[in-house]
Design a protein around this ligand. Structure first.
Ligand code: ZN
Length: 273
């Protein structure tokens, strides 16, 4: 005996049963159509480009920490995004077209930038294109550490972007989750970096719309000093995030907490599709 209302003589109220069956069939059809629409609406592959200038091994103290430069370490930490349909592209200053062809830039959802010693080598024409992609098209931009003086970051901020001081003297820091409900803090709890290059406030940037990550430096003499560690802006149509740690002689980009922050930041900065 089945429950199929059309199958047997025991059927006493065929009209009602037919209606139920029709409703059920309709519901199934609706679900099928919705499934098909979901398939049709599957998001196109998203692209995050991780760019660095290829100097992370120039400082003798950095040898061995980033043997394949910082873009490789950050890209490795983004691997969880691949399961969500993200393509992760590494790019560098020494690559053709300084690593970012028009074709690549035009399909980039989020651009991550690390530079330190070769900011001046980045072509202004490339900076123009990056600025347009962020402001007009909504591409996300993530800058980290010494990228504060990088041309694209300075262009987007429109200010001097200087910190008061830059000191690598054995200072440590607590990275403090200040806005636990912010998407960039998802799954992140406050953590300590045993060594950090201290970037002293004030930081000459526009007032951020949010500061999901705060920080407290502890100097070798035990004195403490606050410093912002993760800041967010909306510039034109695009979202911008800056992460303060990331000096080339420390292993920040291999740390699970930092990697989680970058995964979150890419998702946060990506334009809606
Ligand atoms: Zn540094």
């Amino acid at each position: 005996m089945t429950n199929n209302p059309f199958s047997g003589p025991s059927q006493r109220t065929p009209t009602l049963l037919s209606r139920r069956a029709a409703l059920k069939a309709g519901a199934t059809l609706t679900a099928a159509v919705a499934l098909d629409l979901n398939l049709l609406a599957a998001p196109a592959k998203r692209t995050v480009v991780v760019w660095s200038e290829g100097t992370a091994n120039i400082d003798p103290g950095s040898k061995g920490i980033y043997p394949n430069d910082i873009n490789s370490a950050i890209a490795e930490g983004l691997k969880p995004l691949e399961a969500e349909g993200w393509e992760i592209v590494k790019a560098g200053l020494n690559d053709p077209e300084q690593g970012i062809s028009d074709e690549l830039l035009n399909r980039t959802d989020v651009l991550i930038w690390w530079g330190h010693k070769r900011h001046g080598d980045v072509k202004d024409s490339l900076v123009d294109k990056i600025e347009k992609r962020v402001k007009s098209d909504g591409m996300g931009f993530i800058g980290t550490h010494s990228c504060h003086f990088a041309k694209p970051y300075k262009r987007l901020m429109g200010t001097a972007c200087s910190w008061r001081e830059y000191v690598a003297d054995g200072t440590s820091a607590m990275i403090i989750v200040k806005e636990p409900n912010h998407p960039i803090c998802k799954g992140v709890t406050s953590f300590k970096l045993p060594q950090i290059e201290r970037y002293g406030e004030p930081f000459a940037v526009p007032t951020p719309e949010s500061v999901p990550l705060d920080g407290l430096y502890t100097r070798p003499d035990g004195k403490t000093e606050p410093g912002r560690m993760g800041m967010c802006w909306t510039i034109g149509k695009g979202k911008v995030f800056y992460f303060t740690p990331g000096h080339e002689t420390y292993n920040d980009y291999h740390r699970p907490e930092v990697r989680r922050i970058f995964v979150n930041a890419v998702q946060w900065a990506a334009p809606a599709k």
